[in-house]
Design a binder for this molecule. Structure first.
Ligand SMILES: [Zn+2]
Length: 320
C-alpha cells in the first residue's frame, strides 16, 4: 500500500483526483489490516530531549505505523537543524522552515533570505510554524503580526503550505489570511484547540485542522471533543500530529469517556506506555490519538489513519 500511495501522490491535479479514487477503492481492503500508515505532521524532533536516541525514536515510530514525520522548525536555527535531520532519514523525515510567534522578536534583516534558502530544499515542505500567540505574548503583538504576514506572503509566493500556530488570536489569523486569499496555498491550523465556531470559520477559509493528543484533555462544551463527536470537521480536512515531546495523550485520565478507552488497541497502548511520558511524548504515540479521534467520530481507526495520511501526502506533496 505504501508504494501505491506514493505512486498516486504525483503532483498534477488530475493524478491527485485519480489517486483519490484508487485510494478509496484500496481503503476497503485495508480496513481489516493490522498496521496503520500514518503521517505525523508535526514533531519537534530538534528538541534536546531527542538528541540522545533519535534513531530509536524514528524506528519505533515506524514500527507503530508512523512512516513519515514532519519536523517542526520554529526559528531559523531550528529550521536548519530540522532540515539536517531530514537528510539523516530520507523519505521518513521532512521539515518546515519558519519563525514561531514566540520567536517573532528574533526576526532580523536576513531572516527572510535564510528561510528562502531553506525552503528551496525539497525536504522542507511547509512555511512554519508561524502565526500568532496572543495568549502568552512572548513577542509583542505588533511584531508577531508583522512577522506572520511576511511568512504568509512568502508561502504564497513559493506556493508552499502554511503550518500555523494560533492561540487566542483566531480573528487576527483569519484577517491576515483573508488579505492573501487570492493566492493562499494550503493552510494547516496546527494543534487546534479552539471551539466549534472557530473550526467552522477556519474550514470556511479552506484550512485543514491539525489535531494532537490534546483530544484526551478537552472537555469544554464545544471544544475539540465535541467538534469531533458532532462531525464539525470532515475527515478530508483533518491531519494528525503528536507535537512531540509535548501533548502526551493521557489515556488513563478519568475524564476520558469509557467508550473511547475501549476503542484503544493493545498494540497502540503498548507503544504509548512503553516509550512515552508527560515529560517526553514521541511520534509512536500517534496511533492512540488516531484511535481516540476515530472513537469520537464513530469511525474506524483504519479509515481515520488512511484518510489523514492521504490528506498529509496531498497537502505537503510528500512524493519522494
Ligand atoms: Zn505550535
Amino acid at each position: 500500500m505504501k508504494f501505491r500511495l506514493r505512486a498516486n501522490m504525483a503532483t498534477s491535479e488530475n493524478k491527485q483526483e485519480s489517486g483519490i479514487e484508487d485510494l478509496e477503492e484500496g481503503m476497503e481492503s485495508l480496513l481489516g489490516s493490522e498496521n496503520y500508515i500514518i503521517v505525523d505532521i508535526g514533531a519537534n524532533l530538534t528538541n534536546k530531549k531527542f538528541t540522545r536516541d533519535l534513531d530509536s525514536v524514528v524506528s519505533r515510530a515506524r514500527d507503530a505505523g508512523v512512516h513519515k514525520i514532519m519536523v517542526t522548525g520554529t526559528t531559523v536555527q531550528s529550521s536548519k537543524e530540522a532540515l539536517r535531520l531530514t537528510r539523516l532519514y530520507p523519505e521518513s523525515l521532512y521539515s518546515t522552515a519558519g519563525v514561531h510567534p514566540h520567536e517573532a522578536k528574533s526576526w532580523e534583516a536576513e531572516t527572510e533570505s535564510e528561510l528562502r534558502e531553506l525552503l528551496a530544499s525539497q525536504e522542507v515542505v511547509a512555511v512554519g510554524e508561524c502565526g500568532l500567540d496572543f495568549n502568552r505574548n512572548f513577542s509583542p503583538q505588533e511584531i508577531q503580526l508583522e512577522v506572520f504576514e511576511k511568512q504568509v506572503s512568502l508561502a504564497c509566493e513559493l506556493k508552499k503550505p502554511l503550518f500555523i500556530h494560533e492561540r487566542d488570536a483566531h480573528k487576527e489569523v483569519l484577517e491576515v489570511l483573508g488579505r492573501h486569499k487570492e493566492r493562499l496555498p494550503s493552510v494547516v491550523i496546527h494543534c487546534f484547540t479552539g471551539d466549534a465556531t472557530m473550526a467552522a470559520a477556519y474550514l470556511k477559509q479552506g484550512c485543514y485542522i491539525g489535531l494532537t493528543g490534546y483530544v484526551w484533555k478537552d472537555k469544554s462544551e464545544d471544544g475539540v471533543r465535541r467538534i469531533l463527536e458532532d462531525g464539525v470537521v470532515p475527515l478530508d480536512r483533518l491531519l494528525v500530529e503528536t507535537d512531540s515531546p509535548f501533548m502526551y495523550p493521557n489515556t488513563r485520565a478519568s475524564k476520558l469517556p469509557p467508550y473511547v478507552k475501549e476503542a484503544l488497541t493493545e498494540k497502540s497502548l503498548t507503544f504509548l506506555h512503553r516509550y512515552c511520558t508527560f515529560q517526553r511524548n514521541e511520534p509512536c504515540s500517534l496511533p492512540v490519538t488516531i484511535e481516540m479521534i476515530a472513537a469520537y467520530m464513530k469511525k474506524k481507526s483504519e479509515q481515520v489513519a488512511l484518510q489523514t495520511t492521504f490528506n498529509a501526502l496531498k497537502v505537503f506533496g510528500l512524493t519522494t
